[in-house]
Write a protein that binds this ligand. Structure first.
Ligand SMILES: [Zn+2]
Length: 387
């Protein structure tokens, strides 16, 4: 069964072999899908026959968004905390405790229902790959439960037992790290692909560099790959630790020194920027231009979570990246697709060359530029090619 998708006014392939910059644009394009994979890409006039045909009427088609950083397994609501913050209260990561209490108290079905609704919300806005972290259970049983549920919706599951130090371990963070690197890791590793840690030495709730290293090295020894919440609230050791350990991604990267930028530029670690957080916490945005100028690979993701960034919208993050972080529309779209794939070390998503997964998103506009040009407008949907 093959399907011809035609009438594409502008196709973004992210295939540099097309010779039109990193986005690999093709005008008046078509694309053939076979067995869920891209089988052919080119001008519509040269398209081969196929069993079925979808005409998108001159709209733009882009690779489905790869949201490489999201926290979707939780219960509870923190709209009140958001309101307080918008009224002048400071954010220091402590509000996570209320989500942990609600998550522990929730049934599997409650958590599964919320998770499924958020994934559907993302898909409705063009996201076709999403990473999902644990981190609101913070007991051996609850972290394993959250990861089991996450694995029902994605292969990109991340063990984040070291999200915050739970209240019952207040003042005993080293004891909690022993739990995370011991019995909790043993229970969680079978359900996770990645290990992550909130490295933020300045926060009483998070983990310092030494603790972060212990968590990541233990995870790696258990067969997990590494990603790090780094340098979100202040400059610290997170980014350099991520690069040293060969992490796929250092996420946030809001407060960077020259040594951090140099480390990222010299390594293979992607810098994942999460502008929904700065928007939702009214904080200064990361310096995307400095990173781009240094040659660092950037990803954009939502960080969808109930405390610091409760948006599931990659188009919104693209618009923020362009307006607030001075990324070009092309740089922002690339980071939200191919960049996210790089941050997950995936070569089958984030681009639309032959052989890639046929994860297509249709923009109800003649060009991808409308993603940032028309912020807040529901222009993007995932295209179901039915194969
Ligand atoms: Zn996060």
């Amino acid at each position: 069964m093959s399907t011809l998708v035609t009438g594409i006014g502008e196709l973004v392939t992210n295939d540099p072999a097309r010779g039109d910059g990193p986005l690999g644009l093709v005008a008046r394009a078509a694309l053939v899908v076979e067995e869920g994979l891209v089988a052919w890409v080119g001008p519509a006039a040269a398209a081969p026959d196929a069993d079925a045909r979808i005409d998108v009427g001159g709209r733009a088609v882009v690779p489905g968004f790869v949201d490489s950083h999201a926290h979707l397994v939780f219960a509870g609501d923190r709209a009140g905390e958001f309101e307080a913050r918008m009224s002048g209260a400071r954010y220091d990561g402590g509000g996570i405790t209320s989500t942990v209490a609600a998550t522990r108290a929730a049934s599997d079905d409650e958590l599964r229902g919320r998770l499924g609704a958020l994934v559907a919300e993302m898909r409705g806005q063009g996201t076709t790959t999403v990473e999902v972290k644990s981190g609101y259970g913070l007991t051996v049983g609850d972290e394993a439960r959250c990861l089991r549920l996450a694995a029902e919706v994605t292969a990109e599951t991340t063990f984040l037992g070291a999200h915050v130090v739970p209240a019952e371990y207040a003042g005993r963070s080293d004891d909690y790290v022993d739990l995370v690197t011991g019995p909790m890791l043993t229970a969680c590793a079978p359900h996770a692909r990645w290990v992550d840690v909130f490295c933020e030495p300045g926060s009483a709730h998070a983990f310092d560099g030494e603790q972060a290293r212990a968590v990541l090295e233990a995870g790696r020894a258990a067969g997990l790959q590494v990603r790090v919440h780094a340098n979100q609230l202040s400059a610290g050791p997170g980014v350099r630790l991520a690069v040293e350990l060969g992490a796929a991604s250092a996420d946030h990267c809001t407060h960077l020194g020259a040594a951090d930028v140099d480390a990222l530029a010299g390594g293979t670690t992607v810098a994942t920027l999460l502008p929904g957080v700065e928007f939702s916490t009214r904080s200064p945005y990361p310096d995307a231009r400095r990173l781009l100028d240094a040659g660092v690979t950037l990803a954009l993701a939502t960080d969808c979570n109930p405390g610091s960034s409760f948006t599931s919208s990659m188009p919104f993050c693209v618009a923020l990246a362009v307006r607030e972080m001075r990324m070009t529309p092309a740089e922002a779209l690339w980071a939200a697709t191919a960049g996210g794939a790089a941050a997950l070390r995936r070569s089958d998503v984030g681009h639309l060359a032959p052989g890639a997964r046929a994860d297509l998103a249709v923009v109800d506009a003649p060009s991808y530029r409308h993603l940032a040009y028309r912020p807040g407008v529901p222009l993007v949907r995932t295209l179901d090619v039915g194969v």
